[in-house]
Design a protein around this ligand. Sequence first.
Ligand SMILES: Nc1ncnc2c1ncn2[C@@H]1O[C@H](COP(=O)(O)OP(=O)(O)OP(=O)(O)O)[C@@H](O)[C@H]1O
Length: 260
Amino acid sequence: MIRPVLKIENLHKSFGATPVVRDVSFDVNPSEVIVIIGSSGTGKSTLLQCLNLLHRPTSGRIFLEDQEITASGMNEDTVRRQMGMVFQEFNLFNHLTVLGNVTIGMTKVLGMPAKDAEKKAMTELSRVGMADHRHKYPSQLSGGQKQRVGIARALGMDPKVMLFDEPTSALDPELTGEVLAVMQKLAAEGMTMIIVSHEMGFAREAADRVIFMENGRIEEQGPPDRLFTRPESERTQKFLSIITTGKAEPPSGNLEPDTP
Ligand SMILES: Nc1ncnc2c1ncn2[C@@H]1O[C@H](COP(=O)(O)OP(=O)(O)OP(=O)(O)O)[C@@H](O)[C@H]1O
């Protein structure tokens, strides 16, 4: 039997009285690439941020390999160290070079000697095609290059899973491709990844499984070939038709009352 990297059981997250993630359960298998899609405001980012405890779930359980990370007393930093997170905004340190941005987590958080950290950082920068830019500062890089450094920084921590929260949303269209290409390469190398994205072409090509979220719940999930061509749920059909025809704005937010 395959042991999942992540196991999510009956996850709920509310902000005050507003439910945003409702009873979400799924497993993530080793080397699996999951792309989460859905209209704006349906809880995709909140779900992702619950997975590495940036948001504390209101209820439900999350297991990272065999460890329940939602157990009381669990150290959040220990959990986050094992999951690489790539944000829409790149969150690089502007006063550090590319190399400095990638090594800082390894030296400060993992306690790695500087020489070892530099060697590892160069390996990860090569992986994302940024080794030649190692001495530059973030202000000297394009958005796509900054995001690739962000990915190298996350990889430097040898994460068990990589979480991407709309990694290309802040990029001009011509820079999106280079970041998606790096993510596709990581997928081909066997990295376990969960990606929140509006890039349907990428979801179709790179995902092993697509999860469509609606109103905080998993409405439908399946392999991209099936989900994009023969969606089972009417809501998925509607969402995909809006996305492809661009005829109307998808409905947003929690339109339904919460049902227990
Ligand atoms: N920290 C917070 N406090 C209160 N409400 C929040 C908070 N974060 C998110 N929300 C609300 O939760 C809902 C879901 O937001 P979320 O960002 O998870 O949606 P999303 O599906 O990722 O949307 P998008 O695709 O636009 O990023 C929204 O109504 C949002 O306003």
